[in-house]
Design a protein around this ligand. Sequence first.
Ligand code: DC
Length: 221
Amino acid sequence: MIITIDGPAAAGKGTLAASLAKEFNLAYFDTGMVYRAVGLEMLLNGYELTDNEKAEKFAEQLTFPRMMELSKNPEFRSLNGSRAASAVAAMPKVRQALLEMQQNFSHNPVFADGSKADGAIYDGRDTGTVICPHADIKFFITASPEVRAMRRFKEYQEKGQDVDYKEVLEQTIARDKNDFARAGSQPAADAIHFDTSDLSISEVFEQVCKIIVEKQKTLEK
Ligand code: DC
């Protein structure tokens, strides 16, 4: 079974996807990591985030092990890292270069330890439209920019990063513009929508689980 979870930054996709992967014993692919990896390569090598050619090269060369290695860098999920990821994610050739790697995972999903899985949960923008248009279930998770910015702000604070809420809100709005300006970034027509502004993660989790269990029954028939 392939499940995709799309939606804007900080909508709660990651937490939900990771919990679902555990609950249904599925492999988990956080697709934002591919853009974070390319963005971080640009930062580490001192290239301008407007240098499309360099970003394309890093995207073409990216491997799973390299992505995992980069993910250990504290900048990977920092405000700077997020900005870099959003910039490279807006480059069509970078997206194209990273497409195959993301799609291959659905044909051969594996857990973090490399063992084979029966299916995968994809988390990220365009997973239900471009990466896995044939997914069995597609969710679109959203929340207001203010709620999402507050969640990110708290995450940064917990990591001891000194950031300003206003700056995080501005970045959330800027990233929405950047991320949604591209083709393929709209929700899939057959996606099930959830607005998490007024729902707790556990409430969303429960509702989503019910939908998946129902779907599993129809797939088993
Ligand atoms: O989900 P995240 O914050 O880790 O994503 C990092 C950036 O990559 C963010 O700007 C959105 C972008 N992204 C994307 O364009 N397509 C995806 N499938 C996943 C993430």
